[in-house]
Write a protein that binds this ligand. Structure first.
Ligand SMILES: Cc1ncc(COP(=O)(O)O)c(C=O)c1O
Length: 394
C-alpha cells in the first residue's frame, strides 16, 4: 500500500491540456483516449503542489532569478539519486530541453553540418536539426534478440565524417525504452572524443529507470568525456511538471558553458518562471519517496501491459521499456500500411498513440504508448485496441 494515489482518474479537460484537449488538431477528433504525448495522468508529489500553492498565494509573480536554493536542490538531487557530483555553476537554466537542443545546435555546429542521431528517436531531434539548417545523419538502432542495440561500427563511420560536428544521444532512449549500459555509453562517448564530435546527452528520462537497469550518466565516465558532453536534464518527466517549463543543462566545460550562455543572451532568454522554481526545489528536495512509489506503479502497469498483450494481442510485439514510461510496440504483423494502421488505432479503437513513423522511417508499423496513467485507463485503452484488432481479424 503506497502513501500516494496513482489510481484516481483526474479530469484534465478544462486545464488546456495538450494531451486531452488538443486532439482535434493532432488527430482530427476530440473523442479519443489519449495515450500519446509524454506527460502523466497523475497528480505530482503533494509537496510540489503545496509549494506552488504557497507561491501562488503571494500574488506577485514578478521576474524571478535562479536562486542558490534552486541550484542546491539540483546539485543535491544529482548527488543523491545519481551519485553525480556537479558544481552549481555548471547548471544553465532554460525553459525546456527542446529549446536547449535548438540553441545548442546553433552554438556548436554550423549550417550544413551533420548531426548524428539514433532513430527511431524522439522526433523533435529531427526538427531541431532540420529547422536550423543542419542535416540528420542516421545511426539507426538495430534489433537483436527482441532488444534494440546500437550499431557501433556504423556509428564510428558517421562520427568520422568530417562534416559531423555534434551527436545527440537519447539516454534512456525514447521511444525504444533502452537504458544504455555503461559499456554502450562508453563506446559512444569515446568515439565522439576520438572524432572531435560534441556529445549532447539528453537524459531527461534518467530518473525513470526500472530495476535491475541502472542509468549511466554519460558525463560521469571520465573528466575528458565530461568536458566533451553537455547533459540535458529536467524535473519535468520525473515529477510530471512539463507545463512549468524548467530544465537544467549541465555543462562541465567552462568555455562551452560560456558559449552557450552567450547564445541564450543573444536570444534574450533569462530568468525562470516562479512556479517552475518553487516546483523544482520542492520536487528535488522532497519528491524521492513519491518517485519510488511512481516507479512501483509504472512497473505494475508494464506487467499488466505485457500480460495483456501476450493474451489478447498476440500479433503485437511489445518492447517493454527498461526506462521511460513509453512502450514501443510493433504492429507490423497485422500487415496494414501506415494509413490503415493509423485508422485502426485512431478511428476504430478511438485511442491516440504516437505513430511510429514520426520517430523516423525505422518506426514505420510501430506505435508508442504512454502507460503513465491510472490502471483503469490503461485497461480501457488496451480493450479498445483489442476490439479493433479483433474486428480486423474477422
Ligand atoms: C528525449 C526527450 N527530450 C526532451 C523532451 C521534452 O523536453 P522539454 O519539454 O523540456 O522541452 C522529451 C519529452 O518527451 C523527451 O522525450
Amino acid at each position: 500500500m503506497t502513501a500516494f494515489d496513482f489510481n484516481t482518474v483526474h479530469q484534465r479537460k478544462g486545464t488546456h491540456s495538450i494531451k486531452w484537449e488538443f486532439n482535434r488538431t493532432m488527430f482530427g477528433s476530440d473523442d479519443l483516449l489519449p495515450m500519446w504525448v509524454a506527460d502523466m495522468d497523475f497528480a505530482c508529489p503533494p509537496a510540489v503542489t503545496a509549494a506552488v500553492q504557497q507561491r501562488a498565494a503571494h500574488g506577485i509573480y514578478g521576474y524571478t532569478g535562479i536562486s542558490d536554493a534552486y541550484l542546491k536542490s539540483v546539485v543535491t538531487w544529482m548527488q543523491q539519486r545519481h551519485q553525480w557530483t556537479i558544481s552549481p555553476e555548471w547548471i544553465v537554466f532554460i525553459n525546456g530541453v527542446v529549446p536547449a537542443l535548438n540553441m545548442l545546435l546553433q552554438t556548436f555546429s554550423h549550417p550544413g553540418d551533420f548531426v548524428v542521431i539514433q532513430p527511431p528517436v524522439y522526433y523533435p531531434f529531427f526538427n531541431a536539426i532540420n529547422n536550423n539548417g543542419r542535416h540528420p545523419l542516421l545511426n539507426t538502432l538495430k534489433e537483436e534478440n527482441g532488444r534494440y542495440v546500437m550499431d557501433l561500427e556504423d556509428l564510428g563511420e558517421k562520427l568520422k565524417n568530417p562534416r559531423t560536428s555534434v551527436m545527440i544521444l537519447c539516454s534512456p532512449h525514447n521511444p525504444v525504452g533502452r537504458v544504455w549500459s555503461r559499456s554502450e555509453i562508453s563506446r559512444v562517448a569515446e568515439l565522439c572524443l576520438a572524432h572531435d564530435v560534441l556529445l549532447i546527452s539528453d537524459e531527461i528520462h534518467h530518473d525513470l529507470v526500472f530495476a535491475p537497469h541502472r542509468h549511466q550518466i554519460t558525463a560521469m565516465l571520465s573528466d575528458e568525456i565530461a568536458h566533451n558532453t553537455i547533459t540535458c536534464t529536467a524535473p519535468s518527466k520525473t515529477f510530471n511538471l512539463a507545463g512549468l517549463q524548467a530544465s537544467n543543462i549541465i555543462i562541465t566545460d567552462e568555455k562551452k558553458r560560456r558559449r552557450f550562455t552567450q547564445t541564450l543572451e543573444r536570444n534574450g532568454v533569462f530568468g525562470i518562471n516562479p512556479f517552475g522554481s518553487a516546483a523544482t526545489i520542492a520536487a528535488y528536495e522532497s519528491g524521492a519517496p513519491w518517485l519510488d512509489a511512481l516507479l512501483d506503479y509504472l512497473t505494475e502497469n508494464l506487467d499488466y501491459l505485457e500480460n495483456f498483450v501476450k493474451e489478447h494481442l498476440p500479433e503485437v510485439r511489445l518492447f517493454r521499456p527498461e526506462g521511460t514510461y513509453l512502450a514501443w510496440m510493433d504492429f507490423r504483423a497485422l500487415g496494414l500500411d501506415q494509413t490503415a494502421l493509423e485508422a485502426l488505432i485512431e478511428k476504430d479503437a478511438g485511442v491516440a498513440l504516437n505513430q511510429g513513423y514520426i520517430f523516423g522511417d525505422s518506426g514505420i508499423g510501430f506505435q508508442r504508448m504512454n502507460v503513465a496513467c491510472p490502471r483503469s485507463l490503461l485497461e480501457e485503452g488496451l480493450n479498445r485496441i483489442t476490439r479493433a484488432v479483433a474486428a480486423q481479424r474477422r
